[in-house]
Write a protein that binds this ligand. Structure first.
Ligand SMILES: Nc1ncnc2c1ncn2[C@@H]1O[C@H](COP(=O)(O)OP(=O)(O)OP(=O)(O)O)[C@@H](O)[C@H]1O
Length: 275
């Protein structure tokens, strides 16, 4: 191996750290308002991280920065050693929003393979359908492939949206209040399914949520954002073993951590100055 090849191998090793996503000193000004101030984040590969904070504190904006959709005014984001824009261009980022945004004239399997069909024009219809079906099975909708969005419940539509994002096999799944419009019981079961998908696929997940219980049930790490300006005020590990099922909510340790998170969240509602 040449000297240069040795140096490159060293460089590659250096990039392959446990951290998949890092944000360094990210600030965002929109209009003339400071929305995010000096955000530092370090998200390990394969982790499940939740972002929680008061309404309007900038959680969605931060997710958009990680997705390469909003360019920081200062600071930088790296995803597997690439800029967020480049990671997005390479389809390494899957996005799921509160609204499933399915195409009403396509059935579930065609919706699930829709982004893949755009990303890889060389795939045959049979290949697209096979991948769409595989993803629907992963999200527990294997029997609904021929159903159209109007025939699906809100939870089922969100499952298709998750299948659509996963069909591209992204390294990261960024989710913005994906279960926010669902009833409490459906929301619980969607969270549980998401945990199982996470454990089966090993994806890195960043979830924006308003639910303390959801954050504690699902994540191994939670960042609390404060308001005016949006900044990370606290971070906490969720110290509960996986696999977790819904009965974890009755575990005294769960209750303790949820109480602690509530206290951090309450403090984050106080407007603050410099972080
Ligand atoms: N394009 C924009 N131009 C100007 N201000 C914006 C823009 N987008 C968002 N904002 C402002 O940035 C702030 C943060 O918005 P953001 O949607 O990121 O908050 P959030 O924490 O996700 O809120 P919520 O929990 O209510 O969804 C808000 O005050 C919002 O009005």
């Amino acid at each position: 191996m040449s000297h240069l090849a040795h140096a490159n191998a060293r460089k590659q090793t250096a990039v392959q750290t446990d951290e998949l996503i890092t944000a360094n000193g990210v600030s965002v000004v929109l209009g003339n308002q400071l929305i995010l101030q000096n955000i530092d984040l370090s998200i390990p590969q394969g982790s499940f991280v939740s972002l929680i904070g008061p309404s309007g504190c900038g959680k969605s904006t931060l997710l958009k920065v990680l997705a390469g959709l909003v360019t920081p005014t200062s600071g930088s984001v790296s995803i597997a050693g690439l800029s967020a824009t480049e990671a997005a261009r390479r389809r390494m980022i899957g996005l799921v929003f509160q609204d499933a945004n399915l195409l009403p004239w396509k059935n579930a399997v065609d919706n699930a393979s829709m982004l893949l069909s755009i990303a890889n024009r060389s795939l045959s219809r049979a290949e697209l359908q096979a991948r769409g079906q595989e993803m629907l099975e992963l999200v527990g909708l294997g029997d609904a492939s021929n159903k159209y969005p109007h025939e699906l419940s809100g939870g089922m539509r969100q499952r298709v949206a998750i299948a659509r994002a996963l069909a591209l096999d992204p390294a990261v799944l960024l989710m913005d209040e994906p279960f926010g419009a669902l009833d409490a019981i459906t929301r619980d079961s969607m969270g549980q399914s998401l945990l199982e998908i996470w454990q089966r696929t090993g994806k890195t997940i960043v979830l924006v949520t308003h639910s303390i219980d959801e954050a504690v049930h699902l994540s191994n790490h939670v960042h609390v954002l404060g308001i005016r300006p949006g900044r990370i005020t606290e971070s906490m590990d969720i110290d509960l073993p996986y696999p977790r099922d819904l009965s974890v909510a009755e575990d005294p340790e769960f209750v303790k951590q949820a109480v602690h998170l509530r206290m951090l969240l309450r403090a984050s509602h106080q407007p603050g100055g410099a972080s």
